[in-house]
Design a protein around this ligand. Sequence first.
Ligand code: DP6
Length: 323
Amino acid sequence: MQATVRARSNIALVKYWGKADAALNIPAVGSISITLDKLWTDTSVRFDAALAGDRLVLGGEERGDQLERVSRCLDLVRERAGVDLKAEVISSNNFPTGAGLASSASGFAALVGAAAAALGRDWPSRELSILARRGSGSAARSIFGGFVDMHRGSAADGSDSYAEPLADAASWPLTVIVAITARGEKAVGSGEGMTRSAGFSPYYRAWIDSHPADMAAARQAIRARDFAALAAVAEASCLKMHAAAMSATPPLIYWNGATLDCLQRIGELKAKGLAVFFTIDAGPQVKAVCLPEAAGEVGRELRKLPGVKDVIVTGLGPGLERL
Ligand code: DP6
């Protein structure tokens, strides 16, 4: 009744921002992501009849504050498996915690994978993706490696809102350089950011309406291994998402000065002919996505910026792994 699973973090190139159904956590738009090899969560789940309640230990610390969200996700697994046992969850991230890097994607993917395995259930990846989505939308994508396509779906129950692999990690090697520009948790989480953007931004409708064309362009760019085309659509999707956030009331400005310095430097390197583009999630860190031959120079240049506190370099990685 015990299993340990590793799930990797991912970053969206075409962003998910907005919910069609908050209770079922169905996204308002699809998304396209890459799974990162060197940032992961390892989670052990042990079901035990002797436990009176669920327990969560994260990075060596008992986390009562996060337990409810984890228990709710475990409930879905229990319901599907037809079991009623409480679980002990022991989880750790290999990337610096408090670095403001998203851990909910790898976290909920690992949780669902480990809980299903602990119960001896060999559910199809699509089912795991749907369960992980209920925990966190971006987690649905971390079930898979490489390039991943998350479908918004149209069913009211969310049964067609899951991720699927588009291309594996080795089929188009890319390097991602994560520039850490601030430490500490973000002020406004993505869920609240989405609600505020949907409720108040005059650009939210345009974000939703222009999204399917971005999905199609990114799929085509990945299929054709067309880096320039992928760069154009990924930067546009990122900036549109941030425009919807910035124009909410009250405004959501996730960037700091160093975030903008990184964008400018990446722009200069691109103008010099380097194969690089940026993307930014609901926080101040900048992810520079490059062809491997450009990664050395991009990493050196970003490290030189005074506001960049640390840099993590990674390739693309696989989906869930049973340890
Ligand atoms: C900006 O997956 O964290 O990173 O479903 O509410 O848990 P919830 O949201 P979450 O949102 C991710 C938003 C994003 C873009 C993306 O990863 O697609």
